[in-house]
Design a protein around this ligand. Structure first.
Ligand SMILES: [Mg+2]
Ligand SMILES: [Zn+2]
Length: 198
């Protein structure tokens, strides 16, 4: 397995408890162990980023400024993140960025000067992992009660919570490693789709 250089995380349901179309920074609640898990990644020199669909903007349920305020609160509690990518579009807008399309993953990897193949996307639903796959990145699913069973069974890699996902991608600490080659993070990333217009 190539070294993981960046981890791109879904926001709602992965980094923070999902409050649908949240426009209120006061409602931001990190998931259990998120702070420590992110600190562990950063201590290993791994860049961190957020890739978040916010179709509530297209639906008129919140403004871009609301979303930025919520993101700023997430960054206060769990950051600093090296890159933020937000899709404000709706499902029928045909944009390149809305997950499961790969645009945000490709863009965030580019901002970090990192090959998507050296990125891991962590998310709670199938479209997070599909965006990773189409971008040529690896993916880890951390299911929530909202995750469909078929999304979990289709995922190349599943962890019970965010700290476990981070342990999985870092591998066991040195000295704790059983003899033999290091663990391989399963990946069926396949060939990235050709880039379309920005
Ligand atoms: Mg989510
Ligand atoms: Zn978009």
């Amino acid at each position: 397995m190539s070294r993981v250089k960046a981890v791109l995380l879904d926001r709602d349901g992965t980094l923070v408890h999902d409050v649908p179309y949240n426009a209120d920074p006061a409602l931001v609640r990190p998931v259990e162990g998120a702070r420590e898990a992110l600190a562990e990644l950063r201590a290993h020199g791994i860049r961190t980023g957020v890739v978040t669909n916010q179709s509530g903007i297209a639906r008129g349920l919140l403004t871009e400024a609301d979303a930025r305020r919520v993101n700023r609160r997430v960054d206060e509690l769990l950051g600093p993140f090296d890159v933020w990518a937000l899709c404000p579009h709706g499902p029928d807008d045909g944009c390149h960025c809305r997950k499961p399309r790969p645009g945000m993953v490709l863009w965030a990897a580019g901002r970090l000067c990192t090959d998507p193949a050296d990125c891991v996307v962590i998310g709670d639903i199938g479209s997070d992992l599909e965006a990773a796959r189409r971008a040529g990145a690896r993916g880890i699913l951390v299911p929530t009660p909202q995750t469909l069973p078929e999304e979990t069974s289709a995922a190349p890699c599943v962890a019970p919570d965010l700290p476990a996902a981070v342990r999985l991608l870092l591998g066991p600490p040195p000295g704790d490693r059983p003899p033999g080659p290091p663990p391989v993070l399963a990946s069926d990333a396949g060939r990235p789709e050709p880039r379309r217009g920005a």
